[in-house]
Design a binder for this molecule. Sequence first.
Ligand code: F6R
Length: 257
Amino acid sequence: MKILIFPDAQTASLETARRIMTRVATMPKAVLGLATGGTMEPVYTALRSAFAQHPMAFSGITTFNLDEYIGLHPDHPQSYHCYMKKHLFAALQLPVARTHLPRGDAPDPDAESARYEDAILQAGGIDLQLLGLGANGHIGFNEPTSSLTSRTRIKTLTRSTVAANARFFSEDERVPDTAITMGIGTILDAKQILLLATGAAKKDAVAKMIEGPLSAACPASALQLHRHATILVDEAAATDLKLRVYYETVHPSGADK
Ligand code: F6R
């Protein structure tokens, strides 16, 4: 694991976007795994600016999102389909056929999960997977106790995740409590992983992911098994790291040596 600590969330987010751009520059037909959530918004803002300067940069990419709420139609404003359209896909003018998310409104979510897993395989697998981190250590919607070898499937969200996601829904709306998510095994199959975590609310999960035992109690700790996982955090999220001095010695100010 490569641990990069940045002074603030904006710097960490810009560096995440820069790394995605670099991957796409060296591999124009890259298959990108994408995440949603508040943490990703500044990353996607930076990618939209990059597109404004290099309109052809993203023309060959294919994308697969991590997850989608069960029961939400792609046109529902809080669906991850809509989130991606709003924050990235529309601005990058990506053809719909090359942007993939699980269908939350599929009549048979189990069959939809299997279809999604197969579509990733058919595309040749994910070259670069972008991840956020839940305050409880989830990646995608793989909540604590998820199998570390799981594949795309239905997951029930914890109460704390439903509560955290409620901020995106209006008061009278029911917040979904199930989702289709790539599994931890699916995520670990990606050739390269970038996880971005910012803010003090993530400090406990960051410390467990990096320095805790490999355990289904902290799904993100599975990244310890990956050979090309880079973790980008800001000061606030790095607070509880015991080996922080070591990480900063190896990568001063987040520099990649
Ligand atoms: C969303 C996803 C989740 C989020 C995580 C952090 O596609 O996969 O794992 O990355 O819940 O969400 P924020 O960034 O809103 O704190």
